[in-house]
Structures are given as C-alpha cells and as structure tokens.
Design a protein around this ligand. Structure first.
Ligand code: SF4
Ligand code: SF4
Length: 186
C-alpha cells in the first residue's frame, strides 16, 4: 500500500552497449568539469587572499586595555554569567599598591580563559561587560591540532600595549575607536 501518491514507477530498461561502457556519461562529466574551470571560483587562495568580513562579524575575543595600557577587566564575572556556552573562566585578584599602571580597577583577572571549542561567538560577553574590557574582533581562531590549543589564556587574549606596541595595538583595535580618556583612576 502506498502512503502517498508521489511514488513514481521507474522504467528499468537493460543498458545498451553504448551505455554499458559509460562513455557518454564520462564525456558529460568531463564537460561539466571543463565548464566549471572557466566559471568564477567560489573558493579563495587563503591565507594569501582574505575575504572582507561583514561589519557585524564576531571573531576572536580581545581583552582590552585603556590608552595608558592598564587592563580594563575587573574580574566581575558578568561575561562568564552571560555566556550561554560556559566558555569563560577566570580568577580574580586584588590590585596591590604600585600596580595602578597595570590594572585600571582595584580588582583584576589574574587568570582569564576562553574555550573556543565551546564558544558560539554570540557576543553576549561583550554586551554584558560594564568596563569595555572584552570585545569580539574581526579575526578568527586559527586551526590547531590539539584541543587545549583552543583554550585561550589571558596572555593570548590581551590586546598589545598601546604605548610600547602601538602598531600592534591599533591593528588589534581594527574598526574600533581608541578609548578617549586616560584620566580614570581608582
Ligand atoms: S561569544 Fe558568546 S559563547 Fe563565546 S565566550 Fe562570549 S558569551 Fe560565551
Ligand atoms: S571582561 Fe568585563 S564582564 Fe568579564 S569579568 Fe572582565 S570586566 Fe567583568
């Protein structure tokens, strides 16, 4: 019994001699290959060539500093709470006297990790952050052979220093504007 009326009976004729040597089908396949050789390619020669990303592309995370080079993150944990993939872990530490040039707030992230295998690049961590301390850049995590290579530590996430490594800092900022003021102290 047929469940639907969509079934079609197939006419199974025995193959002719010409069909049995598959010559015609091979020629048809070759013609398709030949045609595609002259068509616009869907692929590019990465990494020599790179595609322009959409303006709203969300890539690899960057931990931000202010213009004086101090880390913005105050280890409040809001990004980790907002993360639907539970990809962020951190350990907070208290800023010690003399460390004011390193950390903008009284508390900072001594350890900060993002597991890129869990991350779904939703950008909620960036939205949750009250300190402009994390943002998703226009690059993506490069391939790696080991799973642990996708767990990015604070050192890998932290933006280059804006004073000692200005060129790399501006490059990492991309389309983002540098922070306006350096007068904020705690
Ligand atoms: S982009 Fe989304 S999934 Fe990835 S770490 Fe941020 S909040 Fe979590
Ligand atoms: S990145 Fe932002 S939200 Fe996450 S712990 Fe640091 S200050 Fe808080």
């Amino acid at each position: 019994m047929q469940l639907t009326q969509r079934a079609k009976s197939v006419d199974r004729q025995p193959l002719t001699w010409l069909e049995s040597i598959y010559l015609w089908n091979i020629l048809k396949g070759m013609a398709i290959t030949l045609r595609h050789m002259f068509m616009k390619k869907a692929t590019i020669q990465y990494p020599e060539q790179q595609r322009t990303f959409s303006k709203v592309f969300r890539g690899l995370h960057v931990l931000n500093r202010d213009e004086a080079g101090r880390e913005n993150c105050t280890a409040c944990g809001l990004c980790a709470v907002a993360c639907p993939a539970e990809a962020i872990t951190m350990e907070a530490a208290e800023r010690q006297p003399g460390e004011e040039q390193l950390y903008r707030e009284e508390k900072y992230a001594a350890k900060y990790e993002i597991n890129m295998l869990r991350c779904i690049f939703c950008g909620l961590c960036e939205e949750a952050c009250p300190k402009d301390a994390i943002y998703l850049s226009q690059t993506f995590a490069p391939a790696n052979y080991a799973r642990k290579g996708f767990i990015y530590s604070k050192d890998e996430l932290l933006i280059p220093h804006p004073i000692t490594d200005r060129e790399a800092y501006v490059k990492a900022l991309g389309d983002r504007q540098p922070p306006h003021s350096t007068t904020h102290t705690n």
